[in-house]
Write a new protein. Structure first.
Length: 315
């Protein structure tokens, strides 16, 4: 930050000495590096704007106190203020462009990962289920004359494989159907819980005003919680699952708790579901934390900051 501040002042000083110099022309690499660093740290462009305002005020105050006031110095003062404003505007524009570009890249990568997950589901579950069904039916046909009872067992196993494949297909269809924004997070999650399990006790608690959330945040929060619930119902075998969402003007906090078998997060080899939750949280500037141990259940915690503009009443 200090290095960037210095380059801004150097830019202003160089153009004051030589009006033909290109503002920031020798520091493009540094500007891009800092912009990229801010993006990786999820520093929103509004934070850059606030920092620029503070820098402008501090520099303006320093110039006012140190410059002698006469006709020539007044001209230099006004020109320095103009150039400082131009330099800050240039860098804020770069930061905003980098931020938008990075988010587009993240969305594209997330979409590609989602496609990959669906392809793996089709291959690992649906294709495997069809293969098992065919093998069981072929075995039952060979065994039917000599051992009808064993043949019927193979038919029952084939039926179970078909049901498993159909359940996988239903989940994939649910994924593909999610193309519209979530209008009401509580209603959407209530429907999801009812569809996912009628046998496991579940509770949903939502507090706060959903109007504080943007459409993008609502969608991503829904998808993150959906993935957490899939993991709970599909792998943890819980007796109860509790989802709690607290929405405040500045942040959303959510937790998904189950009392199932739990797991060791460090020992997970194929953590696609966990990675998907983390990536989705990053898209909206948030974070996910997962706490679990074998036989102790699992806790998934989601935190998403809420950025509000001046029209929303931000000071």
């Amino acid at each position: 930050m200090v290095e960037h501040y210095s380059t801004i002042l150097v830019d202003v000083a160089e153009e004051l000495r030589d009006p033909g110099v290109v503002m920031g022309g020798g520091n493009a690499d540094l500007s891009q590096e800092i912009a990229a660093s801010r993006v990786r740290s999820r520093i929103h462009p509004t934070e850059s704007l606030r920092a620029a305002g503070v820098l402008f005020d501090v520099t303006l105050d320093w110039l006012s106190r140190t410059m002698h006031r006469d006709a020539d110095s007044d001209h230099v003062f006004r020109e320095a203020v103009r150039l400082l404003n131009a330099s800050l505007t240039h860098r804020i524009r770069d930061a905003s462009a980098w931020y938008a570009s990075f988010l587009l890249h993240e969305v594209h990568r997330d979409q590609m990962e989602e496609r990959g997950r669906i392809a793996r589901e089709l291959h690992d579950r649906v294709s495997y289920g069809v293969l098992v069904t065919r093998q069981r039916l072929e075995a039952s046909r060979r065994m039917f004359d000599d051992d009808p009872a064993a043949a019927m067992e193979k038919v029952a196993e084939a039926q179970e494989a078909v049901e498993d494949a159909m359940e996988s297909i239903r989940k994939l269809i649910s994924d593909l159907r999610f193309s519209n924004s979530v209008d009401n997070l509580e209603k959407a999650l209530t429907t999801l819980l009812a569809e996912m399990s009628s046998e496991v006790r579940h509770q949903l608690i939502v507090s706060g005003d959903e109007n504080w959330l943007t459409c993008e945040v609502r969608d991503e929060v829904y998808l993150i919680i959906r993935e957490a619930l899939r993991n709970a119902f599909g792998h943890s075998a819980p007796a109860e699952v509790v989802v709690r969402i607290d929405i405040a003007p500045h942040e959303l906090r959510a937790s998904i708790v189950d009392d199932g078998r739990g797991f060791d997060p460090l020992a997970v080899k194929d953590g696609a579901g966990l990675a998907i939750m983390e990536e989705r949280a990053k898209l909206v500037g948030g974070s996910v934390a997962i706490t679990s141990r074998p036989r102790t259940g699992t806790l998934v915690e989601l935190l998403v900051p809420i950025l509000r503009n001046a029209d929303d009443g931000e000071e």
